[in-house]
Ligand binder design. Structure first.
Ligand code: KMH
Ligand code: ZN
Length: 286
């Protein structure tokens, strides 16, 4: 097992408008250029929310497939699609992104307030995502917004078995208004509740980005950064682009003497299949 740091870039998200954040990558070309730039400075996984030609979030399958194919063509990154979508997306549409046959997909382990909205993740959706990913050879990244979500993860694995690839990887998403705070104490509180053998990454939203990154590195965790989560590089200084955030994470990982993993190392750690032909949507149907 490599001792490096897995860095995921979450370049776009579903909650910021292009009009408000002009540097947000939304077109296929912008996403591809971002993916290339971020791989060059240390990212090994890309967490993708897709935007339509109108720049708004979409789960339209042809568009999702187009973006997945374009990123695969241009980079070696592990392509992780969001199954979380936006707070307004219907649950069946979120499940249907698996038809785009990504390497990996996010899977949030419980409902959480999301600012003034509700990010809905009922148990039946969790089970459906988990079992469909097992059947389709898609590796889940279990997203945890609160400590109780880790109890749900244990229950899920006990009742429905391990994920495809056999390895459990968790992303602690911290600092969302409504979820756990982005603090060293909250991160440390989660660690004893990780399943045996699991790896974890952490993401600090907004101004919690840096403290969470430093806490995660100190606990031998991995990192997720990007404009989905952070739009300000320093007080009063907007993020220039996603590569700026990945480069900072990579620099801190090197200081921690756990340099960024390659995409190949990330595939091995996560249990992602290296044979992409096994991911064809036709073969993947249960
Ligand atoms: N857009 C958030 C409501 C995920 O990608 O799986 C949910 C989210 C989680 O971003
Ligand atoms: Zn997301």
């Amino acid at each position: 097992m490599t001792s490096g740091t897995l860095i995921t870039v979450a370049p776009t998200g579903a909650e910021s408008a292009k009009a408000d954040v002009p540097a947000l990558p939304v077109t296929v070309d912008e996403v591809v250029a971002t993916a290339r730039d971020c791989q060059a400075v240390g990212a090994s996984v890309i967490h993708l929310h897709v935007r339509g030609t109108d720049t708004r979030p979409t789960l339209d399958l042809p568009r999702v497939r187009e973006v997945v194919a374009a990123v695969r063509e241009a980079t070696d990154l592990v392509v992780q699609l969001s199954s979380g979508g936006s707070v307004t997306d219907p649950l069946p549409d979120r499940l249907a992104v698996l038809d785009a046959a990504p390497d990996a997909a996010s899977l949030t382990l419980g409902t959480v307030n999301f600012g003034r909205d509700v990010f809905s993740n009922p148990w039946d959706l969790i089970v459906e995502l988990h079992t469909q990913m097992q059947q389709r050879a898609i590796v889940p990244e279990y997203e945890v917004f609160d400590l109780g979500h880790l109890a749900t993860l244990t229950r899920l694995l006990d009742r429905h078995g391990p994920p495809h690839g056999g390895h459990v990887h968790v992303d602690l998403v911290m600092g969302v208004p409504g979820g756990m705070p982005g603090t060293t104490q909250a991160l440390a509180a989660c660690l004893p509740h990780l399943p045996p053998g699991a790896t974890f990454a952490a993401t600090g939203v907004g101004r919690t980005s840096l403290p969470v990154m430093l806490a995660a590195l100190s606990a031998r965790g991995h990192l997720r950064v990007g404009m989905e989560d952070t739009l300000t590089y320093a007080p009063g200084e907007p993020v220039r682009d996603n590569a700026q955030l990945v480069a900072r994470a990579a620099g801190l990982a090197r200081i921690a003497q756990r340099p960024p993993m390659t995409a190949d190392d990330a595939r091995v750690m996560l249990g992602v299949s290296t044979d992409r032909t096994t991911h064809s949507p036709v073969e993947a149907q249960p």
